[in-house]
Ligand binder design. Structure first.
Ligand code: AP5
Ligand code: MG
Ligand code: ZN
Length: 215
């Protein structure tokens, strides 16, 4: 199963991705997580990406596309994967399509988690994340079982640097300008599915499972 998950910042992509990948046994490929790992390890890719991420801008397409192509060639992607936060521009979507076409493969679904912008700020400012395994929590909507410790791996959870109010507003504007055109793009290809991301986390997951089926 090959799935693209997209939606505005804070839509719940990371949260749902964890459950989807568990349920369907496919790898979770989050471009945001890969960039953050590179930033924490101070790699050349991380140093480059940080300049954009800290300001809420997209990392340039060529950098992102090459990184994803590399990742998709790994052994664990043979039976499918979930892409979280990629593609984010029409150019990236075309690059993914070419990559798949060359390998005689295709996407199953492009899943949009739809959440209106008035929900986003509270979600982002209350978010806490695990720097080790990428799990996402919320102080009010999805707290950890033990205060400040990741439920999955026990690491200390942190607040993301780009979750400040000012940067979130910029990320939203970038989403509207650069990523929203993908809705039409995937609709035209008959690949678009939409879930209402304002519902509770488990309800959103149920809707997603109905779309993805019992594969
Ligand atoms: P990325 O890490 O992908 O950030 P994003 O798209 O802004 O999305 P988020 O991770 O902030 O939100 P999410 O949808 O995963 O929500 P979550 O599940 O955590 O990208 C970061 C940066 O990297 C970008 O700005 C860009 O610079 C760069 N980048 C990444 N990909 C790129 C690409 N392809 N091209 C170029 N640059 C790229 O949930 C949010 C909060 O809400 C959590 O606290 C959660 O607990 C809570 N929550 C979730 N669901 C619900 C619910 N149903 N009800 C109540 N609360 C909920
Ligand atoms: Mg995320
Ligand atoms: Zn963790």
């Amino acid at each position: 199963m090959k799935v693209v998950l997209f939606g505005p910042p804070g839509a719940g992509k990371g949260t749902q991705a964890k459950s989807i990948c568990n349920r369907y046994s496919i790898p979770h490929i989050s471009t945001g997580d890969i960039f953050r790992k590179n930033i924490s390890e101070n790699t050349p890719l991380g140093i480059e990406a940080k300049k954009y991420i800290d300001n809420g801008q997209l990392v340039p397409d060529e950098v992102t596309i090459n990184m994803v192509k590399d990742r998709l060639q790994a052994e664990d992607c043979k039976l499918g994967y979930l892409l979280d936060g990629f593609p984010r521009t029409v150019h990236q979507a075309n690059a993914l399509e070419e990559f798949l076409y060359d390998r005689k493969e295709s996407l199953d679904t492009a899943l949009l988690i739809q959440v209106p912008s008035e929900f986003i700020l509270e979600r982002m400012t209350g978010r806490r994340v695990c720097p080790s395994c990428g799990a996402s929590y919320h102080v009010k909507f999805n707290p950890t079982k033990i205060e400040s410790k990741c439920d999955v791996c026990g690491s200390d959870i942190i607040q993301r640097k780009d979750d400040s109010e000012e940067t979130v507003k910029e990320r939203l504007a970038v989403y509207e300008r650069q990523t929203q055109p993908l809705i039409e793009y995937y609709k035209d290809k008959d690949l678009l599915s939409v879930v209402d991301g304002t519902k509770a986390i488990n309800e959103v997951f149920e809707s997603i499972c109905k779309i993805l089926g019992s594969e």
